[in-house]
Design a protein around this ligand. Structure first.
Ligand code: SF4
Length: 352
């Protein structure tokens, strides 16, 4: 089957440092005590040359709190928007704590397209219970206002828990009044810190239906044009189980330079400091969903709640809690036919 030449979506984690230590953080940001070194500014800026060659439709800068490396953020945005002649939409994720008006202006000047801010309710009590810091609600609201003042598109993500379902309607209204362009929610993922902290706060099926109802009402009455979006965080994994021949279109790079199959699978299959992205892409990253061990994992995943992957394959590490497995797609003979059993027997910890 024909494969596409380059990834069309690239997600790049800039850091796992964070100003917050949220109860639900799926990648355990703020406590990556694993001895690995995050990529330097130069390494990331060099990687931008590769991104420019790929000319993806979207680049997402993620973390951690991206603005902890704000000078780097400006340089990356500027380099990519200039290098692709504004072809690539550049989005970033932030908790808003460091997003002053001055920072918003610089993001705009650099060429940012959209910033996603996290807001987990309509009151300080609800938001700050999850975020663990007094004042974080006000910071998020102020960040939204600063972005709006600079005419930057704002998306808000609201993580559902048992504590905030009752506030969804008000949170949607609040964001609408602030001029937010899209309001997103997705099922709570019991991974990373969430798996330690939030087992008792997972919304029920009826709770999720309640959110859908709020969204439907919003769509019916929407005068402001704010979009409400319900996302499925594991859709890229479950759809793999339905269509093994589908082309891969996306690449996720962690802050150490490791290439992820998915941020939710604890196996890294390369490192951009070792070989170029295009080498990995051509050697099999473009066809990753057809690799037997990837299929085996996808078949095990049925819902966001199962994301700890400790059912059938209990030997897999817990993602972002234990060290991830590393097996290099380029260096490993017969990578494209490896089974999960072989991976588990062969793997050694060689993460960069
Ligand atoms: S959820 Fe976001 S803001 Fe919270 S600790 Fe993780 S990266 Fe930081």
């Amino acid at each position: 089957m024909e494969r596409i030449d380059n990834p069309t979506i690239i997600a790049l984690d800039l850091t796992y440092k964070c100003t917050l230590k949220c109860l639900h953080c799926f990648n355990s940001s703020g406590e990556h005590d694993n001895g690995f070194k995050e990529m330097t500014d130069d390494e990331i800026l060099n990687f931008c040359d590769e991104i420019i060659l790929c000319k993806p439709s979207t680049l997402c800068l993620c973390g951690g709190e991206t603005l902890i490396r704000k000078e780097l953020v400006y340089k990356v945005i500027k380099k990519i928007s200039d290098g692709t002649n504004n072809h690539t939409a550049i989005n970033m994720v932030s908790n808003g704590e460091l997003l002053t008006l001055e920072v918003a202006k610089k993001l705009k000047e650099s060429g940012i397209n959209m910033v996603q801010i996290s807001l987990d309710g309509a009151s300080p009590e609800t938001h700050e219970w999850l975020r663990g810091k007094k004042g974080s609600f006000e910071s998020a609201i102020q960040a939204i206002k600063n972005l709006k003042e600079c005419d930057i598109t704002v998306s808000v993500s609201c993580t559902p828990t048992k504590k905030n379902i009752h506030e969804y309607s008000k949170a949607v209204e609040l964001c609408e009044s602030l001029g937010v362009q899209s309001f997103r929610a997705q099922p709570l993922m019991l991974m990373g810190r969430a798996s330690k902290n939030l087992k008792d706060y997972v919304p029920s099926y009826l709770d999720y239906l309640q959110i859908r109802k709020v969204f439907n009402n919003h769509i019916k009455n929407n005068k402001s044009k704010m979009i409400t979006e319900w996302g499925d965080p594991i859709e890229h994994l479950t759809s793999g189980a339905m269509d093994w021949d589908r082309k891969n279109i996306a690449v996720n790079i962690d802050a150490y330079g490791n290439i992820e199959i998915s941020p939710y699978i604890p196996i890294r299959i390369g490192n951009i400091k070792r070989y170029s992205l295009s080498t990995y892409w051509k050697k099999g990253l473009n066809d990753i969903w057809s690799v037997p061990f990837v299929k085996s994992i996808c078949k095990e995943i049925k819902s966001a709640e199962e994301m700890e992957l400790n059912n059938k394959y209990s030997t897999l590490p817990k993602n972002f809690i234990e060290k991830q497995l590393y097996i290099d797609l380029v260096d490993t003979e017969n990578f494209n036919s490896l089974t999960l059993e072989e991976i588990l027997s062969k793997w050694s910890d060689k993460s960069e």
